[in-house]
Write a protein that binds this ligand. Structure first.
Ligand SMILES: Cc1ncc(COP(=O)(O)O)c(C=O)c1O
Length: 397
């Protein structure tokens, strides 16, 4: 076979998707697996969204739309950026994408030249690093610890800057840790960036709606950063619409024009019907979306309490998103009769085999000392998974 590109060879598959795939295979083979791997809401989208979509499917949404999205949805998204976080963008500064992930890809391709560095505080969703590599850039992963609440400190940011740095990628609320930066913490990072006006900030805010603290401020709300920040949001998590694939990016017009050009040559546009459903999601009643967040808040409370009490785990409550992220260092080195557990991968595999609970090892986020457990799953499944984990962890010597 003729060779593939170096780019394709260098790309790491998503560890979360790999673990989810393994759980599906085991399930298909008849095993009793509770799958808490992917960040996929267990709720259906709001009923008005589904009703509007079925009506609109019949009345005709069969054609391409403008590359950047239908004007009504761009305007609705601009309104929602303003209403939720006080960010002011004209509809022309906003692009609708097939999912937030492709909005991130377009922004990274529009910003990163070969050899440029992108600073990514970890633990992080490692698609950022792979996307930076796809663009020919170098991801610079900066470890943050549980003690700092998994947040990048101004000092660590300053130390990571090099003449090649082009981009800082922030995710708040964070997948996997649930960390939410305060306005003061963002201001301290902005002060470091003051001396480097050529640097961009990519703010991934897809979990913004799911927070358990009063606010999750955007770096773009700071005057220092507004003109060099691209803000990515979407409907996958906020409205349980992962499969509809609607994301948004907003930023300075020249950057957005570049993102739209990239999207136009790669993806064309988000699906027409999904955009109409997205319009209903943004303009319609928000009661069902709010009820989902209330359900996540209750699950967060019992997940935190139960995991904190489990042998060998250290757990603090996440401020946002729908993941529990217990530290598991105390379990590494322990052994079951059959399995040596020297890494988060081995621990996750042990829990899969012994407890039938699929979760994601911290290594998937650049942090080998933790586990990520999605609580975007029905309460009954979560209770059962916690009971099984408790029993399995108690067996380790
Ligand atoms: C941090 C983060 N950003 C972006 C995305 C992608 O969202 P979407 O499904 O809209 O592409 C995800 C999905 O899991 C995520 O966890």
């Amino acid at each position: 076979m003729p060779s593939l590109s170096q780019r394709a060879g260098a790309l790491k598959p998503s560890a979360t998707i790999a673990m989810n795939q393994r759980a599906r295979e085991l399930k298909a083979g008849g095993a009793d697996i509770i799958d808490l791997t992917v960040g996929e809401p267990d709720f259906r989208p709001p009923s008005a969204v589904l009703q509007a979509a079925s009506r609109l499917a019949l009345s005709g949404a069969d054609r391409y739309t403008p590359v950047a999205g239908i004007p009504e949805l761009r305007a609705a998204a601009a309104d929602s950026y303003r209403a939720d976080g006080g960010l002011s963008y004209a509809p022309e500064q906003l692009m609708v994408s097939p999912g937030a992930k492709s909005a991130l890809t377009s922004a990274i391709l529009a910003l990163i030249n070969p050899g440029d560095e992108a600073i990514i505080p970890v633990p992080a969703w490692l698609s950022y690093a792979e996307q930076v590599k796809l663009a020919g850039g170098h991801p610079v992963l900066i470890a943050t610890g549980a003690d700092s609440g998994y947040k990048l400190s101004p000092r660590a940011l300053r130390a990571a800057l090099s003449p090649r740095t082009k981009l800082l990628i922030l995710c708040s609320p964070s997948n996997p840790t649930g960390a939410v930066y305060s306005a003061a913490e963002l201001e301290a990072l902005a002060a470091v960036l003051h001396d480097r006006p050529e640097l961009w900030v990519l703010s991934d805010e897809v979990y913004r709606a799911i927070r358990y603290v009063a606010d999750a401020p955007s770096p773009a709300a700071l005057p220092e950063l507004y003109g060099r920040c691209v803000v990515v949001r979407g409907l996958s998590k906020s409205h349980a619409m992962t499969g509809w694939r609607i994301g948004f990016a907003a930023g300075p017009k020249p950057l957005m024009d570049a993102c739209i050009a990239i999207q136009g040559q790669s993806l064309t546009c988000a699906a027409a019907l999904s955009q109409l459903a997205g319009l209903e999601a943004l303009r319609g009643d928000q009661a069902e979306a709010r009820a989902m967040v209330e359900a996540y808040a209750q699950r967060r409370a019992f997940m935190t309490e139960r995991l904190a009490a489990m042998p060998g785990l250290r757990m603090s409550a996440p401020d946002g998103a729908f993941y529990a992220y217990p530290r598991a260092e105390a379990l590494l080195g322990k052994t079951d009769s059959a399995y040596p557990l020297n890494s988060s991968d081995e621990l996750a595999l042990y829990l899969l085999n012994e407890a039938g609970v699929a979760l994601v090892p911290g290594s998937a986020f650049g942090d080998d000392g933790a586990l990520r457990i999605s609580f975007a799953a029905a309460d009954g499944l979560l209770y059962e998974a916690l009971a099984r984990m408790d029993r399995a962890l108690a067996k380790l010597a």
